[in-house]
Ligand binder design. Structure first.
Ligand code: HSE
Length: 425
């Protein structure tokens, strides 16, 4: 099997190293040699994490996808411009393509998958979600007897690292982000990590796999972790919760609810204990119940592990015809944010006057919102006091109406903080 590699950075270099290091083991699976016959890089003189010797390297990436001797192209450049043109060209040349490019699949997967199908080749992307964790394969094969009810994942290592540092070490946001960047986990544009865009790319892919729908990245509600204050982390802990940047997709009544947002989860759940740059995805199937998949979500050899697993499947011919893109993917209605039901954490800062708490709970009651927990903290120098409330399950639109009403009172000293809670039952 002759392969061409586009990009010899972290992931590409990792692929070369793992193919060298585990040559015999990989051969035992494929019974066929894997030859890297053509490699494209942006800059020939750049330092690399893998040896260059023996590699046929060019700066002309199109020479690789147009090389008639290349059977499979590994697109490991990233980004959505040149990478897209290269993948299209490779497919048009009837080559299978393997990519780790979540942004590209989330944004253009529908078009690229249908192009691949029309050329009778595979476009595979296990490495695009949760690095080396074989999550797409698990959904496609191991859970094939299940209707998937929901998925909840921590699928951005950088965001999880920042929240873990804030949680465990009282770190501030920018120091933790800088550390994640230095460790090579963050995206080229780190707003993709902290604003939840990277996690939304991955959630779009997971949802398609789980529910058999088109990739619908644009419709995912995405909220970043920038709004999380250290008080929220501390109050959540007192109430028995941990704040995670959670990506959730649920299927109910023919609609999908999908969002990436800071979320409180009970401390006792396994997901609450996924710390640092680690990723984890919890999946509820209607036969199997909940299953959890955990591992490093980024890194050279971690991601290479998933890329090479796809390559091995192509060589062994073990890809089933119902992989994503070969079955017909339909758009599926997305539940609009107003209609999403959740339990909520509310943090208010109120003037310390008699009747304030009664007024707040009366307004919530007016909207049929019940209070499950309430916690009032010491009055500060300005005679204001923080109040934290956990509601029962309520529609977002109803909660927002009650909150708007509470905020009209002059006892309300700042914008009320609202964070959803997922119990993951
Ligand atoms: N920036 C991503 C993360 C890298 O932090 O998870 C892996 O996709």
């Amino acid at each position: 099997m002759n392969i061409g590699i586009l990009g010899l950075g972290t992931v590409g270099g990792g692929v070369v190293n793992v193919l060298n290091k585990n040559k015999a083991t990989i051969f035992a699976h494929t019974n066929e040699e894997i030859n890297i016959i053509h490699v494209a890089v942006k800059n020939l003189s750049e330092a690399r994490i893998c040896p260059n010797d023996g590699l046929n390297i060019t700066e002309d990436a199109f020479a690789v996808v147009n090389n008639p001797a290349v059977d499979v192209v590994l697109e490991l450049i990233g980004g959505t411009r040149i990478a897209k043109d290269l993948i299209k060209q490779a497919i048009k040349n009837n080559k299978h393509v393997i990519t780790a490019n979540k942004a590209l699949i989330a944004n253009f997967g529908n078009e690229l998958l249908s192009l691949a199908k029309s050329h009778n080749v595979y476009l595979l992307f296990e490495a695009a979600v949760a690095g080396g964790v074989p999550i797409l394969k698990s959904l496609e094969q191991g859970l094939s007897a299940n209707e998937i009810e929901w998925i909840a994942g921590i699928i951005n290592g950088t965001g999880n690292f920042i929240l873990s540092e804030m949680n465990d070490k009282n770190a501030n946001f920018s120091d933790a982000l800088k550390q994640a960047q230095d460790l090579g986990y963050a995206e080229a544009d780190p707003t993709f990590d902290v604003e939840g865009i990277d996690a939304a790319h991955k959630l779009a892919i997971l949802s398609s796999m789980a529910f058999g729908c088109e990739l619908q990245f644009e419709q995912i509600t995405t909220e970043g972790i920038g709004k999380i204050a250290s008080e929220d982390v501390a109050f959540a802990a007192e109430l028995g919760f941990v704040i995670k940047h959670l990506a959730v997709a649920k299927y109910a009544d023919g609609k999908i609810e999908s969002h990436v947002q800071p979320t409180l989860i009970p401390k006792t759940r396994l997901l609450a204990n996924v710390d640092g740059v680690m990723n984890a995805v919890l999946i509820k199937g209607n036969a199997v119940g909940t299953t959890l998949y955990y591992g490093a979500g980024a890194g050279a050899e971690t991601t290479a592990s998933a890329v090479i697993a796809n390559l091995v499947d192509i060589i062994k011919g073990t890809i089933s015809d119902d992989i994503l893109g070969w079955k017909s993917l339909k758009p599926m209605p997305i539940c609009d944010t107003d209609n999403v039901c959740s339990i909520f954490y509310l943090r208010l800062l109120v003037a310390d006057k008699p009747g304030v708490l009664a007024n707040i709970t009366a307004t919530l009651a007016e909207y049929d919102i019940s209070v499950e927990q309430v916690m009032q903290k010491q009055v500060d120098a300005q005679n204001n006091s923080p109040i934290v409330i956990v509601t029962n399950k309520v529609k977002t639109v109803t909660l927002n109406k009650a909150i708007t009403q509470i905020q009209t009172h002059n006892f309300s000293q700042e914008k009320i903080k609202i964070i959803p809670i997922e119990t993951l039952d």
